[in-house]
Design a protein around this ligand. Structure first.
Ligand code: SF4
Length: 398
């Protein structure tokens, strides 16, 4: 069937809500972080270690309150209390306990993530934020701090408190722009906020000398491989024009309990090829600082960007090398490689001419004929562990 846009949006929203209702309940200790990792990072051109703290959180308000179920690709909800407020005391205890276990003597960077917006008072109270700032400020070895938030929560008063509390460090705030194309952002991803809110947030961050980081997706749902490459390139171009400091290109991975998970289980979605990641990078490298990310999530993703077992390792190594050196030659060299096993498949997928609307409409019709609950029980047994590792999930673990 051919649907109208309002109908598409409503039907996709209903499907996403259904997916979220199927997330099984889990017991969680709200005085302990959801997870933490020590990964490679880069500071002033040098390879360093960075600590990533995934706070056990209330959950993203956009996902909890939105009638269409929040962002289509996001699987963070499953690791949260799904709306049960985490108190300041619980957040403080989580953070205190984790930093007490870490030897920061060779870890100058910390990323504090809460599966939502760090600056939304309904997700983390001002009191809890202030305690976390003070704890970070008390660790002199930390030189670089990263938080994440939707742009609408980045306000003057919050930046004032932040910059008066964490002193003499580089502070960076990541915002999920995902795509600068309004149709893709709202229809395919259900992102919600407006581009003007993103632009205003960049201006405010500049005023307070806080660095802005933007996440840009590669291959949102319902985009063919070639359209996806163009969308990432256009979005990165646009974001730099707005004055963003850093971009993290995020090839979409499959997190459980997401629209992507359902599409993948129905055989209607493949995470982007690494070839596509490389192709984006050669076009955007000269625009500014672009990292290649997409592997750091809680709960962790099941399937990440990948090519084939023959060339995965060399391509992932190229990504690692690029992140370490910012040398575009490694990306060119990898992209110029000819993998007889898979490159022709990728080139073939670049010819996909089915429109976004046609893909959405056929998905909506097909969903009516499948058992969503059964499909979401997909435990990814058929996905070879070797590929999973090489596809990025965990490959950056030290
Ligand atoms: S991507 Fe960010 S804003 Fe969107 S639902 Fe997930 S946590 Fe919320």
């Amino acid at each position: 069937m051919v649907y109208k846009d309002e109908e598409r949006k409503r039907k996709l929203g209903k499907i996403l809500q259904k997916i979220h209702h199927l997330i099984p309940p889990v017991d969680m200790d709200t005085y302990a972080v959801g997870d933490y990792e020590i990964r490679k990072g880069f500071l002033d051109g040098n390879e360093i270690k960075r600590l990533i703290v995934y706070l056990r959180s209330t959950g993203c308000q956009w996902m909890l309150d939105d009638e269409n179920g929040g962002c289509a690709m996001c699987g963070h909800l499953a690791g949260t209390t799904r709306g049960r407020k985490i108190t300041a005391e619980e957040y403080e205890k989580q953070f205190q306990t984790i930093i007490a276990q870490i030897d920061f003597s060779d870890i100058p960077m910390i990323c504090v993530y809460n599966a939502g917006s760090f600056f939304n008072d309904n997700e983390i109270s001002p009191e809890a934020r202030k305690s976390i700032y003070d704890m970070i400020n008390s660790i002199p070895q930390i030189k670089h701090v990263i938080f994440e938030s939707r742009p609408e929560y980045i306000t003057e008063d919050k930046l004032q408190v932040l910059t008066k509390s964490i002193l003499g460090r580089r502070i960076e705030i990541g915002m999920g722009l995902e795509s600068s194309d309004e149709y893709i952002r709202q229809m395919c991803l259900n992102k919600g906020f407006k581009l003007i809110e993103f632009q205003n947030a960049i201006k405010l961050l500049k005023k307070y000398d806080v660095k802005s980081l933007s996440y840009v997706l590669l291959k949102p749902p319902f985009l063919g491989e070639s359209v996806a490459i163009d969308d990432s390139v256009n979005t990165i171009t646009w974001a730099f024009e707005q004055g963003i400091d850093v971009i993290s290109l995020e090839p979409i991975s499959v997190q459980k309990n997401t629209l992507i998970h359902l599409l993948y289980s129905m055989g209607d979605y493949r995470p982007p090829w690494i070839w596509s990641v490389l192709k984006v990078m050669v076009q955007v490298h000269d625009m500014g600082l672009v990292r290649i990310g997409g592997f750091e999530f809680f709960p962790p993703p099941e399937v990440c960007t990948h090519n084939c077992s023959v060339c995965n390792e060399v391509c992932i190594n190229a990504i690692e090398d690029y992140n370490a050196t910012n040398d575009i030659k490694v990306i060119h060299d990898a992209l110029d490689m000819d993998c007889i096993n898979c490159k022709h498949k990728w080139l073939n997928e670049l010819k996909d001419t089915v429109s976004i609307q046609e893909k959405i409409d056929s998905f909506i019709d097909k969903v009516d004929t499948v058992d969503i609950e059964l499909l979401l029980r997909n435990d990814f047994r058929n996905y070879p562990n070797k590929l999973l590792r090489m596809g990025g999930c965990g490959i950056y673990n030290l």
